[in-house]
Write a new protein. Structure first.
Length: 135
């Protein structure tokens, strides 16, 4: 029982830290971080960007595999707009990326066999997200 309580406390702590982190940074920076997290999760599951593959081609491959609230292609377009076009994004685009991020996280965890309400699931993906991201 003590272990379960400790895991729940860790889970809540990570939720609070991540929410604060994404509220402090600019929405464009948060979008880049979330996109790179999604790419990292996909690579862990074996969906890697091959040499010579464009972001759009990779997004099409992901759209064929995963059912998401928005297509990964739409999220990739917003990512490209910020990353390469240095443009601002709207609140609806932020919402689109956030919904896709959450849906993809849930599906990846499910494919890994990690139960939805297991507190460690958030910890596992959060640990993977601490790897340095270069951009």
């Amino acid at each position: 029982i003590a272990l379960v309580i400790a895991l729940i406390i860790i889970d809540l702590f990570i939720i609070i830290i991540m929410s604060i982190k994404f509220k402090i940074i600019k929405k464009e920076k948060a979008l880049l971080i979330r996109y790179y997290h999604m790419i990292k999760w996909l690579s862990i599951k074996g969906y890697k960007i091959e040499i010579g593959t464009t972001a759009r081609e990779f997004a099409d491959k992901i759209d064929e595999t995963f059912y998401l609230p928005y297509t990964f292609g739409e999220v990739t377009e917003v990512f490209s707009k910020v990353r390469y076009g240095h443009q601002s994004i709207t609140d609806s685009e932020v919402d689109m990326v956030n919904k896709t991020y959450k849906a993809l996280r849930t599906q990846i965890l499910k494919e890994m066999g990690i139960k939805r309400y297991l507190p460690l699931r958030r910890l596992i993906l959060s640990i993977w997200n601490f790897y340095p991201i270069y951009y």
